[in-house]
Design a protein around this ligand. Structure first.
Ligand code: ATP
Ligand code: MG
Length: 491
């Protein structure tokens, strides 16, 4: 295979042509079918770009001169995914291929979608409507011909992300493009071409019209980059972040204590890049210190900064933002939970009961993610954190020990269940049953030998009247429950 070094930031290799055998058989078969029907087809867009970057290609997209109706007649299994925009999905050999008829575009009134599309004959016209030069190449595998009217290959080799045509106009048509641009800076490790970059700011009003679902999608895709911080630096500098999540900007210049080498923003960026979890965990890394600027105070005793309760305030801020940006309930729960518990201040003196309380509070399902985040958090301090990392390793060992022992860590592990409680609360169901079980669990976590049915039933006899009395005292407008304090969590 022929490759040339790239002069851009990454220094990765870029192919100088599509190597023989790179296009999979099913794609070639589709192209031959088009040709047999007197039409032409090209591999286009992101898949061609990724192929030239020697990256794994996930979806093969085709552009064709045939109109959607004709495509539908050519293949047996076709799903009309976006016929109005000229796109259908062809199922072939168990795979789905997006096939789009060559098109030019009309005016954009809504800043997101063209008002009308019209089909064109010329592949170059179709490429002209695409966003960036590296995404505006096409390849005819039957003729082995690359169509690259805007110099996409040269830009890839130079490591440059450049808009097709006049960037101001292109970004005014569709506000999503600047966010895609920020994402590609990270995922493709390209640098923004200066004119393209200069046009970002003028496109912010159009960007405001982009739906929050799309923003969420782009953020999650960004998190797959080796260093997502590259995208967030662009978002910070160009105003995109100010539109999407202004609270994160408060981190810029927010200084921390001496065991941190960086301000909160720079620390966050490093934690984000160090995070070894999937995209959702990386969102937690991005948000873990979101409340630090708002909770910063100077301790009267030490003169150091404190960020008291920032993990709780941060969890609330994260929850609000994630709802607004339509993250799924499952995603939100993971992220908020990780932010809430990200301070892991393990000490070797912890008793086994303290380790069990830690596991219980974090939840078995979240332990790995939390320890990954804690590790990234330490690495992001920019100081010698070897001791902190050793402590995290030690905590992991102890957690594994606790899990091996099979001690009760959730109410379902108890030797009694809700029915036993119901019998003793006079048939009153509802939240009190859960509260009783959790109170029982607290004691069992402290002393696992209690987890025998007879002993727990005796415990219930004492606990239930106590909790019922508390419940009654609480009811007429009494203050709510205080959150369980972490014995190991201090800022
Ligand atoms: P990825 O699949 O990695 O997200 P991609 O570039 O393939 O990146 P897709 O959304 O799959 O992005 O779109 C396929 C192609 O369609 C792009 O490469 C580009 O040519 C074109 N395209 C997608 N979105 C836009 C847009 N908002 N404006 C202009 N062209 C676009
Ligand atoms: Mg794609």
């Amino acid at each position: 295979m022929v490759r040339a070094p790239r002069s851009g930031y990454h220094g990765g290799m870029v192919r100088t042509r599509v190597p023989p055998g790179a296009i999979p058989q099913p794609v070639l078969e589709l192209c031959r079918r088009f040709r047999a029907h007197g039409a032409r087809a090209w591999v286009v867009g992101g898949c061609l770009r990724d192929l030239l970057l020697d990256r794994e290609v996930s979806d093969w997209d085709l552009a064709t001169s045939a109109e959607p109706d004709a495509v539908t007649r050519m293949f047996r299994r076709v799903i009309p995914t976006g016929t109005a925009h000229g796109t259908v999905t062809v199922l072939h050999r168990g795979e789905a291929f997006e096939v789009t008829t060559l098109r030019g575009e009309g005016a954009y009134a809504d800043g997101r979608r063209p008002d009308s599309v019209h089909f064109v004959d010329d592949i170059e016209d179709d490429l002209a409507r695409r966003d960036f030069t590296v995404n505006a190449m096409a390849y005819d595998p039957l003729e082995d011909r690359l169509v690259d009217p805007f110099g996409g290959l040269d830009d890839l080799r130079a490591g440059v992300l450049r808009a097709v045509g006049d960037p101001r106009r292109r970004f005014a048509e569709d506000g999503l493009r600047i966010l895609r641009g920020a994402r590609f800076v990270a995922t493709l490790e390209l640098e923004l071409e200066p004119d393209t970059r200069a046009a970002f700011e003028g496109a912010l009003d159009t960007f405001r019209k982009v739906s929050r679902e799309r923003v969420r999608e782009e953020w999650l895709k960004t998190m797959r980059a080796r260093r997502p911080s590259r995208a967030f630096a662009v978002m910070r500098d160009t105003g995109i972040l100010g539109v999407t999540f202004p609270a994160l900007l408060e981190q810029v210049g927010c200084e921390q204590n001496r065991w941190h080498a960086y301000d909160v923003w720079e620390h966050t960026m490093r934690v984000l890049d160090e995070s070894t979890g999937g995209p959702v965990e990386r969102v937690a890394a991005l948000l873990h210190d979101v409340a630090k600027p708002r909770t910063r105070a100077v301790s009267e005793t030490t003169g150091d900064y404190t960020f008291y309760d920032h993990e709780r305030v941060g969890a609330e801020m994260a929850d609000r933002w994630l709802r607004e940006y339509r993250f799924s309930k499952a995603e939100r729960e993971v992220i908020v939970h990780l932010v809430r518990h990200h301070l892991v201040c393990y000490r070797p003196e912890w008793t086994d009961a303290a380790v069990r309380r830690f596991v219980r509070r974090v939840g078995e399902d979240h332990l790995d993610a939390l320890l990954r985040l804690a590790r990234a958090d330490a690495l992001g301090k920019g100081r010698d954190v070897s001791e902190e990392l050793a402590l995290l390793d030690a905590l992991r060992d102890r957690v594994e020990g606790v899990l091996r022992e099979g001690a009760a860590l959730s109410t379902s592990d108890l030797a009694i269940d809700g029915r036993d409680v119901l019998e003793r609360v006079g048939g009153r169901g509802g939240p009190v049953v859960g509260r009783v079980l959790r109170a029982v669990l607290e004691r069992v976590v402290d002393d696992p030998s209690l987890n025998e049915r007879a002993r727990l039933l005796t415990l219930l006899d004492g606990l239930v009247p106590e909790l019922l009395a508390e419940d009654a005292a609480r009811r007429p407008g009494a203050p709510g429950e205080t959150p369980a304090g972490g014995d190991e969590a201090k800022s």
